[in-house]
Design a protein around this ligand. Structure first.
Ligand code: PLZ
Length: 443
């Protein structure tokens, strides 16, 4: 099912990192700005299915997908073919200069697959942060209002406006201010840590604060990740998102779903909003949209999307033809290969393993997430006190044994699992055997 020629097996032929990776890391230290960190100290040579091959010939299991990007795999056959064909035809003309069909086709596809059957328009960009910024621009143009509300534990990017929207100081914001004005933060829904407040009550709490501190009349947009990603894979209590969406509708506030991390089959639905039937006014997508090529989008109600003046939206590379070709191929792969169902099957398999572990080890405080976006929040045994050291130690243990696993969370204590949907069951089982051993050995 992977369609790639890489053998789908974990195999270590050197200690990790191997000698070639160490050499490259030494070069990185003298050539690359130190502000850019790396999670796993191996350099990639090839990747596909559920495997990353490093420059020493080690084969690692990929539970990260390059942070939820390579949902269809890192060398998905349809994506490789489409990109190759496009790169031979032309690399770039700029859609704002001489347009090309694939941009229009991606917009049509996004208008079709995103939640809601109302009339939609789309616009394409390069990164998630750039698309979030543009969603705010569009909402401001439509409403004539300035304020934007975001939530505790939110992550929306690293550009100036999106730094203001992101909650966590370190490493994203520290020393990089001043930040954009008119961004306000509201309390969200964090079932593990907010004492069992249900979704409706959590929404009422947020709405009360928004009305008192901002005023609905001043609010252009409410921007929310339907499952928070970098903040800790926090799925809000049922009812939270629908209540916020209906308050927005009643108050003329543009409801923006940031599905940069959750979109395109990742959560076991095409979009995370689909689970509760929430229809956002605007939806922001990136990451999984294009099989690893840089592409992002804002899609939404035609009357909102068409509010900015002609020429008001754009950018040199937005909707680059190679990225568009990749997106059409990635979407075809998701639909033809049944990857939404595959994400649910991965959830069953991984959740079973995590619950088995958490049943015998109280340091696994909360198992959560959906589809192939699952996580475990680590705490000190018998408490809810975050344990970022354990998250770091377990992930390092896994990295040394050839399993790429990422951490996240406001407290840095969440292990998150984002395998490509092209991964085999055998690789998942092997990876979770390694993680099980990690929890047994690390005390
Ligand atoms: N919105 C919900 O998850 C990117 C960030 C990694 P860009 N998340 C990974 C890092 O440390 O920089 C993200 C996201 C959500 C927006 C973004 C931003 O997307 O493509 O990284 O700009």
């Amino acid at each position: 099912m992977t369609g790639v020629s890489l053998e789908q097996k974990r195999r270590l032929v050197t200690d990790l990192p191997g000698p070639r990776s160490q050499e490259l890391m030494a070069r990185k230290l003298t050539a690359v700005a130190s502000g850019v960190g790396t999670t796993v100290p191996v350099f990639a040579a090839r990747a596909g299915g559920g495997i990353v091959v490093d420059v020493d010939g080690n084969q690692l299991i990929d539970l990260g997908s390059g942070i939820a990007v390579t949902t269809v795999g890192a060398s998905a056959p349809r994506v490789v073919a489409a990109v190759t064909e496009q790169v031979e035809a032309f690399t770039h003309t700029c859609f704002m200069v001489t347009p090309y069909e694939s941009y229009v086709a991606v917009a049509e596809a996004l208008n079709r697959v995103t939640p809601g059957d109302h009339e939609k328009r789309s616009v394409l960009f390069n990164s998630g942060a750039e698309a979030v910024e543009n969603a705010v621009k569009i909402a401001r143009a439509h409403t004539g209002r300035d304020a934007v509300v975001v939530f505790d534990h939110a992550y929306h990017g690293r550009t100036n406006l999106t730094m203001a929207m992101t909650a966590k100081n370190m490493p994203y914001k520290h020393g990089f201010g001043p930040f954009a004005p008119e961004v306000y933060r509201a309390p969200g829904s964090y079932p593990y840590r907010d004492g069992g407040v249900d979704g409706r009550a959590a929404a009422a709490r947020a709405i009360d604060q928004i009305e008192k501190q901002i005023g609905a009349d001043n609010l252009a947009a409410l921007v929310i990740e339907p499952i928070q990603g970098e903040g800790g894979f926090i799925a809000p209590a049922t009812g939270f998102l629908p209540a916020l969406a209906s308050w927005c509708r009643a108050n003329g506030v543009v409801f923006v779903a940031d599905e940069v991390q959750t979109g395109f089959a990742r959560t076991g639905d095409m979009f995370a909003c689909d689970r509760e039937g929430v229809v956002p006014d605007l939806i922001v997508t990136a990451k999984g949209i294009a099989g690893g090529l840089p592409l992002s989008a804002v899609t939404g109600r035609a009357e909102i999307m068409d509010a900015p003046h002609v020429g008001g939206l754009g950018g040199t590379y937005g909707g680059n033809p190679i990225a568009c070709a990749a997106a059409l191929a990635a979407l075809e792969t998701i639909e033809a290969d049944g990857l939404v169902a595959r994400a649910r099957a991965i959830e069953d398999r991984v959740r079973t393993r995590l619950l088995r572990l958490s049943g015998t080890d109280s340091r696994l405080g909360d198992v959560r997430g959906r589809g192939a976006m699952l996580a475990v929040e680590l705490v000190r045994a018998g408490s809810q006190e975050p344990d970022p050291r354990l998250a770091r130690d377990v992930s390092r243990y896994a990295h040394q044994r050839g399993v790429i696993v990422l951490t996240c969370g406001t407290y840095g204590n969440v292990l998150r699992f984002l395998p490509p949907l092209s991964i085999s069951d055998e690789l998942l089982d092997d990876a979770f055997d390694v993680l099980t051993a990690a929890f047994e050995e690390i005390r």
